[in-house]
Design a protein around this ligand. Structure first.
Ligand code: E4P
Length: 229
């Protein structure tokens, strides 16, 4: 397993947003998966023990695996974060964007643990997360769309702000993605990472004209009676 800091990738990083180890294993086989994000709701859906699931995910994927704390006070968040970080070298501790979360982010980061600050819904929140040393900021685009705002506008704002300050190293991790258009827009804006539900990730490679074109090529090839191997 390579450490997350050593991992190389080309262009935008793709994470999968699930705690379902079968889905993760299947997608990891493509070799195109750069990491995983989980949250308490996704872990609850599995019906399994959190630490067991986390261990299993970290063994499948080389890249960062976000595991979220459930405490709400900084000291307890830090203690939970340390426990989660001890599970595997590729754990990224996820904390919510609250003042306590920011305090915990700063402490964990200073101790060398990567932190993903989650539940970000404004550019100012993203600026604070960067100041607290977050490795990733997770703006939730789908949940903003759901309430009649434009989630992608938030990504554009954060990108502009972060680009204004080259010393900021926090990566923009576009979260709460609902469809492939979100992903395309995030890539056009130059977001660093996108975390996608497994079904949306699978949709990225599909196009009806690809299927139709391939069927026609294979039908014509069969008529030749030839074989390549
Ligand atoms: C990100 O880390 C979150 O787990 C996720 O993207 C939330 O998505 P949702 O709004 O579809 O629940």
């Amino acid at each position: 397993m390579c450490m997350q800091s050593e991992r190389q990738t080309t262009g935008m990083k793709f994470f999968v947003d699930t705690a379902d180890t079968n889905e993760i294993r299947d997608l990891a086989e493509t070799g195109l998966l750069d990491g995983v994000t989980t949250n308490p709701s996704l872990v609850a859906k599995t019906g399994r023990d959190f630490i067991d699931v986390l261990k299993e995910i970290c063994a499948i994927v080389d890249g960062p695996v976000s595991a979220e704390v459930t405490a709400t006070e900084a000291a307890a968040m830090i203690a939970e974060g340390n426990k989660l970080a001890a599970v595997a070298p590729n754990v990224t501790v996820k904390v919510p964007l609250t003042w306590d979360g920011l305090k915990a982010c700063r402490a964990l980061t200073q101790a060398g643990t990567p932190v993903n600050v989650t539940l970000c819904f404004s550019a100012n929140q993203a600026l604070l997360a960067a100041k607290a040393g977050a490795t990733f900021i997770s703006p939730f685009v789908g949940r903003l769309d759901d309430m009649g705002q434009d989630g992608m506008e938030l990504i554009a704002e954060i990108k502009t702000i972060y680009d204004n300050y080259p010393a900021i190293e926090t990566e923009i991790l576009v979260a709460s993605i609902r469809h492939p258009i979100h992903l395309k827009q995030a890539a056009m804006m130059g977001a660093d990472v996108a975390t996608l539900p497994p079904d949306v990730l699978r949709k990225l490679a599909s196009h009806p004209l690809t299927d139709k074109g391939l069927a026609a090529f294979l039908a014509d090839w069969q008529k030749t009676g030839q074989k390549i191997l």
